[in-house]
Design a protein around this ligand. Structure first.
Ligand SMILES: [Zn+2]
Ligand SMILES: [Zn+2]
Length: 287
């Protein structure tokens, strides 16, 4: 299996249009790995795409990804769903008649399927695309394993009741991918020691190198998003063999170079095999 980080950013991607801060200016000048597009991961082997941010078409082209066996959605938030026109552009036979469009299977965990009914016009747009046979939605029941490319996959409900992580398993190898919204999550004991965990880094309430406060202590975002320090506790509890921290946003106030330094500190202080994600990062996993 090869896990590819198509987009390592979050709701606020880097560079942010119109922003001249040092992080955006550097990202504009140097591009990847300093720039970060919206959150998306591709799992080669099972050939599963997780989430479709606005930049998904460019991300798939950049990564030369052809076959997509299935698409999973972790939750309804716009930074994870707004690239949904992918299915029209990629699959529709515009010129042929009668049309011979391709159809992509999209799997929605139960609460995601429910939210798709009421949020952001998702229901209407997916019904529109389904009428053109470019996409087929499936509700993915709790506890059900799906099978792609020799891998078994299930979803795992997180503490926030609208978001899910995904577990890929084959023989003794287990890979956990959580796209966002870890607030309040206590990793269950049975997940301890997964071979690879890709999880969001959390909000950098404090600059991780200087320890300066970056978000006011009473900022409402700190009540709805896990912080970086809370995420470190989750990593301790999960004890993955390798961990990749993802979903890094422009307001987090850290550059690629800052994160390389932080990576070294965490490796030395905690003894973890930890990396911060960047666009295009690939992680090869055992079997
Ligand atoms: Zn997000
Ligand atoms: Zn900026």
């Amino acid at each position: 299996m090869r896990v590819e980080i198509l987009g390592s950013g979050g709701a606020v991607t880097t560079p942010r249009p119109g922003c001249e801060c040092r992080i955006c200016a550097e990202a504009r000048e140097k591009g990847i790995p300093y720039s970060r597009s919206g959150p998306s991961v591709f799992v080669h082997g099972p050939d599963v795409l997780i989430d479709t941010p606005e930049e998904i078409k460019d991300q798939l082209n950049r990564a030369h990804i052809g076959h997509i066996a299935a698409v999973f959605y972790s939750h309804w938030h716009p930074d994870h769903t707004m690239g949904r026109r992918l299915f029209e552009t990629r699959n529709m036979d515009f010129r042929g008649w009668p049309r011979r469009s391709q159809c992509t299977d999209v799997y929605l965990p139960p609460k995601v399927a429910e939210d798709f009914q009421t949020r952001l016009g998702l229901k209407e747009h997916f019904e529109f695309m389904a009428r053109h046979d470019t996409v087929q939605l499936h509700v993915w029941p709790d506890g059900e394993w799906l099978h792609f490319g020799g891998w078994d996959v299930r979803h795992i409900a997180l503490a926030a009741d609208y978001v899910y992580a995904f577990l890929f398993q084959r023989d003794e190898t287990r890979v956990l991918i959580a796209m966002d919204e870890l607030i309040g999550w206590e990793p269950p004991g049975w997940l301890r020691g997964v071979d690879l965990a890709v999880i969001p880094a959390g909000i950098f309430e404090f600059n991780p190198l200087t320890c300066e406060r970056q978000f006011p202590a009473d900022h409402p975002v700190l009540k709805v998003e896990a912080t970086f320090l809370q995420t470190l506790d989750m990593v301790e509890a999960l004890a993955p063999r390798r961990v990749v921290l993802n979903h890094i946003e422009e307001p987090d106030g850290v550059t690629y170079d800052d994160l390389c330094e932080l990576e070294q500190r965490l490796r030395a202080e905690r003894g973890w095999d930890v990396r911060f994600a960047y666009d295009g990062m690939v992680i090869d996993v055992g079997t």
